[in-house]
Design a protein around this ligand. Structure first.
Ligand SMILES: Cc1ncc(COP(=O)(O)O)c(C=O)c1O
Length: 393
């Protein structure tokens, strides 16, 4: 071990990246791979957003911005939060960060004391585990279940509250399940947060990608909640802008004022050019976004009946672009299922265990491929499952 690696602190928890690496290595040797595991939209960033970035370069926007972001972008975000979700934030209550990812680090660094417990919607986006652990806190998963389409049940949260619980991370729609926690449950979570004096981190990065029959409620709109909530959102998913690295947090002014200097320490500001692109995204025409969401809707409408036909159950995703599928009927634990599926058919997707799920019966499939490719992937999966079910019988 190198001297530097030998001095790693115990804040650095060991992450088992070996399975993902193995899958990627196998995929690199194949020519017919269909990637169904990623969380990155297959669309390009809409042209008017790209044009705005080019303009910013030509107009010499090559310098630092205020650490919380350019005022016009923060004002536009505040207006969008009001219009889309009924949230009341002023431009000064917003900090623009390098993706939601940087907001997560900033929050945990500034709010979690050693030993604090942070409850997290689970299965989950495991960045939260890493950020909480780095701050010396303890991540505590709150399970959700297929029978509820993976929506949160307030009783599962309450059971895990201890005197050390500081925060609950509410991710709706969730990654990897696509679950949208219904408004009634969000109201119960708000009451619980007030009763136990918890901070809520509301990760709403998928909130614009919602399907018929589901309703997103932003928890910070409820009485008494704004003062204890940090709302997270960003541009990566909605606008197909993952590589631009723009997200933001919205929170009460006194918190934002105190952490702006910490944000300055982390990376000074989000890329200036990307901020101008984000400004065009939020103030410009929304039709390209509507078209992407319409396409996700068509893919979902194709995929769910196809899974039914394969005899696979799943949580019906109310939002995002994932479906979390139960493959217990195939008779193979999921890491093995994913590896064999890749080797035999070229379809690459990842096991739920990579999202902190202790139940080895789930896989996450993202529908981020055009319909004809999705149809090809479904056919390959169908053949694979039929062959392995037969072999097990
Ligand atoms: C729930 C959730 N939050 C945050 C992020 C981070 O997004 P970004 O940093 O690109 O804004 C992701 C990315 O997959 C996510 O799924």
């Amino acid at each position: 071990m190198s001297v530097v690696a030998d001095h790693l602190t115990d804040r650095i928890i060991e992450e088992d990246g070996s399975f993902r690496s193995r899958m990627l290595k196998i995929a690199a040797t194949m020519t017919n791979v269909i990637a169904m595991g990623r969380g990155d939209p297959d669309f390009h960033t809409p042209a008017h957003i790209v044009e705005a970035a080019k303009r910013a370069i030509d107009e010499n926007q090559h310098h630092y911005t205020p650490p919380n972001g350019i005022p016009a972008l923060r004002a536009a975000i505040a207006a969008d939060l009001k219009k889309e979700y009924g949230l009341d934030y002023s431009a000064d209550e917003i900090i623009v960060t390098a993706g939601v990812q940087e907001s997560i680090a900033l929050i945990m660094l500034t709010l979690v004391k050693p030993g604090d417990e942070v409850l997290i919607t689970s299965p989950r986006f495991t960045t939260y585990d890493m950020a909480v652990s780095l701050a010396g806190g303890v991540p505590v998963p709150v399970p959700t279940f297929e029978k509820d389409d993976f929506a949160l049940d307030v009783k599962e949260i309450e059971k895990r509250i201890t005197p050390k619980t500081r925060m609950f991370v509410l991710v709706s729609p969730n990654n990897p399940t696509g679950a949208v926690t219904p408004p009634a449950a969000i109201r119960q979570i708000a009451e619980l947060a007030i009763r136990h004096d918890l901070i809520i981190v509301a990760d709403e990065i998928y909130a614009k990608i919602i399907y018929d029959g589901s309703e997103h409620l932003s928890i910070a709109t409820l009485p008494g909640m704004k003062e204890r909530t940090i709302t997270l959102n960003g541009f990566s998913k909605t606008y197909a802008m993952t590589g631009w690295r723009v997200g933001y947090l919205a929170a009460p002014l006194d918190f934002v004022t105190r952490v702006t200097e910490v944000r300055h320490m982390q990376s000074i500001n989000t890329s200036t050019i990307s901020q101008y692109a984000a400004l065009a995204a939020v103030t410009g025409p929304q039709e390209p976004i509507e078209a992407m969401i319409a396409e996700y809707t068509r893919r979902r409408a194709f995929l769910l009946p196809a899974l039914d036909k394969m005899g696979l159950s799943y949580g019906k995703p109310g939002g995002a672009f994932y479906v979390y599928i139960n493959i217990s009927s195939v008779g193979m634990p999921t890491p093995e299922f994913c590896e064999q599926l890749l080797r035999e058919t070229g379809v690459m997707l990842f096991p739920g265990t990579m999202f902190g799920d202790h139940d080895p019966n789930y896989i996450r499939l993202s529908f981020l491929q055009p319909l004809p490719i999705l149809a090809e992937a479904v056919e390959r999966m169908q053949r694979f499952i039929a062959a392995h079910r037969k072999a097990a019988a």
